[in-house]
Design a binder for this molecule. Structure first.
Ligand SMILES: Nc1nc2c(ncn2[C@@H]2O[C@H](COP(=O)(O)OP(=O)(O)O)[C@@H](O)[C@H]2O)c(=O)[nH]1
Ligand SMILES: [Mg+2]
Length: 391
């Protein structure tokens, strides 16, 4: 064994079983693999559990594992990505690993949750654990399923509960910080920030659509407010409404001001998800629904929440990895393993389509198409990267 630092690439490690084994043994402690967590939030009978079931039973979307350790149902959805398949084809990869997001069916929201009604605190704790909120808002009408079918009314009720819970948090922190302020004037900024949040929340306005600047929202992050999380919305339509969805969706779009809002008939999607792949495609396209709304929902939510994908590709496997928009190359390396970030040397980078056109990594290298980027390079969605690191 040569002395000095061992320089390795991920693809190298993955293509060599022994190296991979060694890597896994020595890496298990720092294994990173962060998963983005989405929580379904909505009133009873909005269709949250149906949406959850549709996602977990759809063979194109569900990853082959779910977690049974939490009280809420937690599942994993693959993020569909054509580019992944194409790269895998180019590399003749033995394995293709899509990137995934985790989603949780957080049941138990009723009016009065902020005061502890229904599952109250347990429900709020469920929301605290997720990175982003997916509102499931009912627009379908069905005399057999109790509850209002105005999605805007649903949204308002849900928002008020979340804003009230945040108001409670902010008031408690304000009380404490104001007391400390007497001895430590440096806390004045924090107190002002919390005051700003309080004014909004008192009016029932969630932070995500308040007039607070994105800088202030960033400063609020350590205060763990529910409504400071990014949101997307699913409007659950009935079969008639999917032909003319805008009447139900537009009011939510304007209320949530630019957030990703997707209309779908959850029940239809759930029924389709139970069919074998060919029959499903036939059923959905027969209804004029294309590939169905689920893949669009997962992709849309992923992107809208600032999540981006880079790829690694080789004979052993082609894999998609999630990173947050505006991350550095070193941080992206850390998405694979913390050691990759610590020992980062450089990122050999090429756009997925440029690589495909070249036909192989070797060709791309020959033609000088692979760029060598440093730790502060900001990868773009669709970059194919080989990390060089030192362990
Ligand atoms: N008619 C109709 N019923 C639906 C639709 N989505 C869900 N449901 C029904 O509404 C009820 C409540 O749905 P569920 O997913 O359990 O709602 P949750 O309380 O939000 O989890 C169930 O009986 C579903 O079959 C839909 O799009 N149309
Ligand atoms: Mg449910």
């Amino acid at each position: 064994m040569s002395k000095g630092p061992r320089v390795q690439t991920l693809a190298g490690a993955l293509n060599d079983p022994l190296a991979l084994f060694t890597s896994l043994c020595s890496y298990s402690e720092g294994l990173s693999m962060t998963v983005e967590r989405f929580g379904f939030v909505g009133l009873p009978n909005a269709g949250k559990s149906s949406l959850y079931n549709a996602l977990t039973s759809s063979s194109t979307l569900a990853a082959p594992y779910a977690f049974a350790t939490t009280e809420s149902a937690v599942g994993v959805a693959k993020v569909p990505d054509q580019r992944l398949e194409q790269l895998a084809g180019m590399s003749s990869s033995k394995r293709v690993v899509p990137t995934t997001v985790q989603f949780t069916d957080i049941g138990g929201l009723v009016e009065g949750a902020a005061r502890g009604e229904g599952l109250g605190n347990r429900f709020l704790a469920g929301i605290r654990e997720v990175d982003a909120i997916v509102f499931v808002l009912r627009a379908f009408s069905d005399p057999l399923v109790p509850g209002p079918s105005d999605p805007l009314e649903h949204l308002r009720i849900v928002e008020v509960e979340l804003a009230l819970a945040d108001l409670d948090t902010v008031e408690r922190q304000l009380e404490r910080q104001s007391r400390l302020l007497k001895g430590d004037r440096s806390l004045i900024g924090t107190v002002d920030l919390l005051e700003l949040a309080r004014v909004e929340l008192e009016r029932g306005v969630p932070i995500y659509r308040s007039s607070m600047s994105s800088e202030d929202r960033q400063l609020l992050v350590p205060h763990f407010l529910l409504t400071n999380k990014p949101v997307v919305a699913v409007v659950n339509l009935d079969e008639e409404q999917i032909q003319e969805p805008r009447m139900a969706i537009d009011p939510i779009r304007s209320e949530l001001d630019g957030a990703e809002v997707i209309g779908m008939c959850v029940q239809l999607e759930a029924e389709a998800s139970l069919l074998p792949e060919n029959d499903r495609a036939e059923m959905l396209s027969g209804l004029g629904l294309g590939e169905g709304a689920l893949p669009r929902f997962v992709k849309g939510a992923y992107h809208r929440l600032g999540l981006r994908t880079f790829f690694t590709t080789g004979e052993k496997e082609t894999r998609a990895w999630t990173f947050r928009n505006n991350s550095t190359a070193a941080e992206c390396a850390g998405r694979i393993h913390t050691d990759f970030q610590r020992g980062f040397i450089r990122a050999e980078t090429i756009r997925w389509d440029v690589l495909l056109q070249a036909g192989s990594y070797a060709k791309a290298r020959e033609e000088g198409l692979v760029r060598s980027e440093g730790r502060d390079y900001m990868p773009e969605d669709g970059d194919v990267i080989e990390f060089r690191f030192n362990i």
